[in-house]
Design a protein around this ligand. Sequence first.
Ligand code: ATP
Length: 254
Amino acid sequence: MSIQLQWLDLAVGGKQVCRGLDLDFSQGKVWGVLGQNGIGKTTLLHTLAGLRKPDAGNVLVDGIDVSLWSRKRLAQKLGILLQEVSDPFPSTVLDTALIGRHPYLAPWQFESSHDEKIALDALAQVDLLPLVKRDVNTLSGGERQRLALATLLVQNPDIYVLDEPSNHLDLHYQIALLDIICAQTHSEQGRVIMTLHDINLAVRYCDHLIFVMGEGEVVAGPAEELLNDKYLHRLFKHCLVELRNGDYRAFLPG
Ligand SMILES: Nc1ncnc2c1ncn2[C@@H]1O[C@H](COP(=O)(O)OP(=O)(O)OP(=O)(O)O)[C@@H](O)[C@H]1O
């Protein structure tokens, strides 16, 4: 499946996020969206997932405007991790993970043992099997984030749109979960598009980057073309020092 932005204009809260943005996500597998707090990264992600209308231009999924897809068909192709999840109703960890199967069920159809096996496999991947019967409202922040990512694995879309997937996760789970999610791009259609604040996670995982600079300016391209002083200093409004050890690259605040 393909996803493209065509002449996208987007503004929120009086701020221009992008202007005339053209982008074809088939050029890369794992895309990182970076920029300062409040610059419009979440707004951009919500727009490309069809949760918000652009001011002008289009988001095309398989060549069709995202607003014309049925939510159910779109959910089989594209899954989004929101920055904050809320659980207004009591639900177990397993029942929450099973929500990922809803795009594949008919109305009023109950989940089968096959659906449950898919959910249990995903919960095992994020080390939540011991907690399957727990109420989601009792989970820690990191456990809840692992459950949200497991629910997306159950949904199994081609395109993962992730708003700060490393939120609440300790170092071990940041790497473990991003390894699992990025491994989903092995198929021809597989894509990950994620906002990140940690430049070193972006260096580690992203082959393409989108820098949201402010006042409508967006720079996008292969990571190796964008990871340089010219852009990073402007992006972070802070000087960064680059460390290299063979192929390993890291950036520290100067
Ligand atoms: N409904 C709204 N009304 C007014 N302003 C809004 C609304 N929604 C978002 N904003 C503002 O739009 C700007 C962009 O918000 P957005 O959540 O896209 O930023 P972000 O780059 O994801 O930020 P962060 O890194 O802090 O998560 C922010 O200044 C936010 O306060």
